[in-house]
Design a protein around this ligand. Sequence first.
Ligand code: NAD
Ligand code: IPM
Ligand code: MN
Length: 357
Amino acid sequence: MTKKILVLPGDGIGPEIVAQARKVLDKVNLQFDLGLVFEDGLMGGCSIDAFGVPLSDETLARAASSDAILLGAVGGPKWDKLDRAIRPEKGLLKMRSSLQLFANLRPAILYPQLADASSLKPEIVAGLDILIVRELTGGIYFGEPRGIRTLDNGEREGFNTYKYSESEIERIGRNAFEMAMKRNKRLCSVDKANVLEATVLWREVMDRLAPEYPEVSLSHMYVDNAAMQLVKAPKQFDVMVTGNMFGDILSDAAAMLTGSIGMLPSASLDKNRRGMYEPCHGSAPDIAGLDVANPLATILSASMMLRYSLNHAAVADAIELAVSKVLDQGLRTADIMSPGMRQVGTAEMGDAVVAAL
Ligand code: NAD
Ligand code: IPM
Ligand code: MN
């Protein structure tokens, strides 16, 4: 049986890093006879240039009928001045929301070979393995009303709405508890319940779910403290669950613990575990086209795709092992370079992972 993968390289470094993940997927597709069929599409700035919108109805329909989606990254200075409604990022948000990809898994794992690349001392990060579960289709990212309005006194006011319904909290909460069950059974829910009502309800729902998962120990932490604890003693965490905006911020911070934002993959799943897979980083306009971007977050996202949406855990394991072998060989892109290692470009890193498979 074939499986259809929609590939959306996007903007900036997107095409460069996705090309490496494609090489890896092409290799395992042959090696393990996976029956993957790839289709290319446009989302983000490239789609604005081609069709005038960041995500066309046609691409969205193709995404909806795919078994999984692989995304590079969207956005860049070329499109930053456009009307908010058609900015590249709107395409990504529309995709997440339309397909109800509410569960965003962002695993921050330190490969032991990269202990020197982390901005923290090796003893603080050695053995780090955290899973951030970020709610992805609600919260302040999507809350209405929102906008910029002119007040009676003539000055303008920007406003957004932070809200979560009980059912939205419950479904991401269950997801996080289930992830914790498969790991070290510790779940930390991150909120701002000392200030924001939406997160008072968040905490209440997490507490209500807890008795259904008696093996999981649930704790709560305010987001400001969580940011501090992530850089002070990150290994205290197993699974963290949080809302859309806090998860966005905390996962970029967690990325640095692993050596680079170029190491952090992600899965965005619906209730049936169909999903979109993308690195957590953006389109990195500052290094686009230079063959220096780290493709490993995208390659590891492809591995998550095999694990979560395509039911090929053994193949996912093989890709992760290949990444580890390449790091053992001392190959490093610029962002994770350290003394004594050999610096390679984006394409050479991709080739090395393919060769290690
Ligand atoms: P960014 O993640 O693109 O870049 C931040 C820094 O990290 C830059 O210095 C960049 O060079 C570096 N970096 C990122 N990925 C890297 C990689 N793979 N290898 C080496 N270095 C890497 O964030 P930004 O600069 O704030 O945003 C740039 C654009 O990307 C914006 O338009 C933003 O909206 C968009 N963005 C898109 C996504 C997405 O598509 N999922 C995510 C974040 C940002
Ligand atoms: C991410 C990005 C997106 C987000 C932007 C580009 C809309 O930062 O995937 O982390 O904020 O979710
Ligand atoms: Mn982000």
